[in-house]
Design a protein around this ligand. Structure first.
Ligand code: C5P
Length: 235
C-alpha cells in the first residue's frame, strides 16, 4: 500500500443530502481529490448511486459505504451490483455469512470489500444489551480475524483502533480510517480523533475525511493540507 501516492490515500466523504451539492464539491476539488466515499445519506437521497457510477466512469475511485447486512443471497447479489457500478471499495458488516456472500459477489471484479467490525458508537454496555458475549475490543479483534480468514480485503477502523488492528491482521489487509482531524480542525461529534500523520504512522492505508474538507471555506486548500500531512508522515 505504501506505493500509493499521498493524494490517492485521501478519501473525501461526500456526506451531503443531494447529488447537486456533491457534484459542486467534486468540481471545486478538481484534481485535489481522486477518491470519494458515497454513504447512505447520498445513496438514499435520490440519484446517489447513479452519481457514484458517473464518478467512477470519470476516472475517480468510489468507496460505497453501504454497510451491507442481509441473507447471503441478497448480500451476494447486491455486492455484484456495486461492482457493476465501478466502485473500488464496498463496506459489509463483519458477520461471517454476509462476508462470505460478499466475497462471492465481488469475485472477478475490481471491487475490494471492507469489513465493518463494531460500529464506533457501540460501547461494552451496548454489546451486552444486544446479547453479545464479548466486549468491543475482543469483538473487533475477533471479527477482524474472521474477515481476513474469509478473504475480505480490508477493514474500516477508527483512528484510535488502527494500531491494534494493524497488529492483529498484519500487513496484507487494507486499513481505512475515518475520524481524522487536521491539527487545527473542529472535532464536531467525533470522540476519538487522530491527525492524518498519526493515522498513517499507526498503519492506515487510506484516510476518510468529511467535514474538515466539505465545510471548509476552501475545500481544495483543506484537501491539499491533509495530503501534505500524509506525505510528511509517509516519507
Ligand atoms: O465529517 P467526518 O470527517 O467526521 O466524516 C467521517 C466519515 O467517516 C463519515 O462518513 C462517517 O460516517 C464515517 N465513519 C466514522 N467513524 C466510523 C466509521 C465511519 O466517522 N467509525
Amino acid at each position: 500500500m505504501s506505493a500509493l501516492a499521498p493524494r490517492d490515500r485521501l478519501i473525501v466523504a461526500l456526506d451531503l443530502p443531494d447529488v447537486g451539492k456533491a457534484e459542486r464539491l467534486v468540481e471545486r476539488l478538481g484534481d485535489a481529490a481522486t477518491f470519494y466515499k458515497v454513504g447512505m445519506e447520498l445513496a438514499y437521497g435520490g440519484g446517489g448511486l447513479a452519481f457514484a457510477r458517473r464518478l467512477a466512469a470519470a476516472g475517480m475511485k468510489v468507496f460505497l459505504d453501504l454497510k451491507l447486512l442481509d441473507i447471503p443471497n441478497t448480500v451476494e447479489r447486491a455486492t455484484a451490483q456495486a461492482a457493476g457500478l465501478g466502485a473500488t471499495f464496498l463496506t459489509v458488516h463483519a458477520y461471517p455469512q454476509a462476508m462470505k456472500a460478499a466475497v462471492v459477489g465481488a469475485r472477478g471484479s475490481g471491487l475490494k470489500l471492507l469489513a465493518v467490525t463494531v460500529l464506533t458508537s457501540y460501547d461494552d454496555e451496548d454489546m451486552s444489551d444486544v446479547g453479545y458475549r464479548f466486549g468491543v475490543v475482543e469483538m473487533v479483534r475477533r471479527r477482524a480475524e474472521q474477515a481476513q480468514a474469509l478473504g475480505v480485503d480490508g477493514i474500516v477502523a477508527s483512528a484510535a483502533e488502527a494500531k491494534s488492528i494493524r497488529t492483529a491482521v498484519g500487513k496484507n489487509m487494507i486499513l481505512v480510517t475515518p475520524s481524522i482531524r487536521p491539527a487545527d480542525a473542529a472535532v464536531a461529534d467525533q470522540k476519538r480523533v487522530a491527525a492524518p500523520a498519526t493515522a498513517i504512522r499507526d498503519g492506515a492505508d487510506f484516510l476518510v475525511v468529511g467535514r474538515p474538507i466539505t465545510t471548509a471555506p476552501d475545500p481544495r486548500e483543506a484537501a491539499d493540507a491533509i495530503v501534505a500531512e500524509i506525505a510528511a508522515a509517509g516519507s
